[in-house]
Design a protein around this ligand. Structure first.
Ligand code: MTE
Length: 359
């Protein structure tokens, strides 16, 4: 398939799936899958690649790919959602220097195959005081003048739930380099940043990872510190992705003909909660119609929906919102979602379209 992705940087490290392509494929084709990398893609030779597992465990072990063949394997379907999804809407409220202006294109669904992390942790023996599992990648990111591998951590409870896997395959084929060959963590239901690519080390810790991407980034801080307006160290580390809904088709500012207009998109509950309903508004939230679920979510994946709206000529703001059966819902107001680095936007999704009269 032709690569239709939306490019966000000069080296094509950060690319998003074009929304109408997303809407056509419940499982995103590998060559259309969004990519988010903070440094150059490392070239890894699978013959010499090793996974070190250490820290608070009884038997620290270094595994080759051959050593790992003895573990069982399973496939988990999971939608990977970047924490920066829908950040571009925040730009209506002011600039977010240094942050990528992702729209809804920073989310894709894959069928990930690999070893349940739990099995590897059982093998090395979880030690006393181990409360977090840190993943470190073999890429080389530079921050504050230091080079280090991208990393982050999950709590032991999540690490042991059987759905967190050390993936070697995506959609039935070996992981492409850009997605973490030869092995990556996949932490379903959590922000993409915890699914560390090019995995080199797993460390059991008594406290969350001190990696820059856990301690200083991917944290939600609603009020800037006037002395350090870009710093979010005092914010809350992100883990589960929030309930969300996105309109994929039509796209912002698209011209459509008056009459019946098909609106398509996805919705996703937080932490694998099924979506219980999606509603679409033709007029910026004054009236709502229920959307039809065209492909229900399976565990950690998105749900696809569509609705037919009857639109008269003029400019219309279409809105989508979803529910996942718990009290927390999406805010109508973008300002409630805003935070210093523009993460986790799950306000109602608004898309303005221009409706033309038919001759
Ligand atoms: N892992 C490493 N080693 N380096 C990275 O830059 N980016 C993270 C995560 N894992 C990253 C990483 C982020 S922010 C996201 S959203 C996902 O990878 C993106 O995964 P993908 O490129 O396979 O879509």
């Amino acid at each position: 398939m032709t690569d239709h992705r939306l490019i966000h940087d000069a080296e094509c490290l950060n690319t998003g799936t074009r929304p109408v392509i997303t809407a056509d494929h419940f499982v995103t084709p590998v060559d259309q899958f969004f990519t988010r990398s903070h440094a150059k893609i490392p070239t890894i030779d699978e013959a010499t690649w090793r996974l070190e597992v250490g820290g608070r465990c009884s038997r620290p072990t270094t595994f080759s790919l051959d050593d790992l063949r003895g573990f069982s394997r399973r496939t988990v379907a999971a939608t990977l959602v970047c924490a920066g999804l829908r950040r571009n809407e925040f730009l209506l409220l002011g600039p977010l220097p240094g942050e990528l202006p992702w729209g809804p294109e920073a989310a894709s669904t894959g069928e990930w195959t690999g070893i349940p992390l739990r099995e590897v942790l059982d093998h090395v023996g979880i030690g006393d005081g181990a409360r977090y599992v840190e993943f470190t990648g073999l890429d080389s990111v530079e921050r504050h003048g230091r080079q280090f591998g991208f990393g982050g951590s999950v709590d032991v409870e999540k690490a042991l739930n059987g759905d967190v896997i050390l993936a070697t395959h995506l959609n039935g084929a070996p992981l492409p380099h850009v997605h973490g060959f030869p092995m990556r963590a996949v932490v379903p239901g959590w922000i993409g940043a915890r699914s560390v690519k090019w995995l080199g080390r797993i460390t059991l810790l008594d406290e969350p990872s001190t990696n820059y991407f856990q301690r200083e980034a991917y944290r939600v801080q609603h009020t800037p510190d006037p002395a350090k307006p870009r710093d979010v160290t005092a914010g809350v580390a992100m883990n589960a992705v929030p309930l969300n809904a996105a309109i994929l088709d039509p796209s912002p500012e698209q011209q459509v003909c008056a009459g019946s207009v098909r609106v398509r998109g996805w919705a996703m509950g937080s932490t694998a909660r099924p979506v219980t309903g999606v509603e679409v508004s033709p007029n910026d939230g004054r009236d709502w119609v229920p959307a039809r679920i065209t492909a229900p979510g399976a565990g950690y994946t998105w749900t696809f929906w569509e609705a037919t709206l009857h639109l008269a000529p003029g400019r219309h703001t279409l809105v989508a919102r979803a529910e996942d059966g718990v009290a927390a819902s999406q805010s109508p107001d973008l300002r409630d979602s805003w935070n210093v680095k523009g993460y986790g936007n799950n306000a109602w999704h608004r898309v303005a379209v221009v409706v033309r009269a038919k001759a």
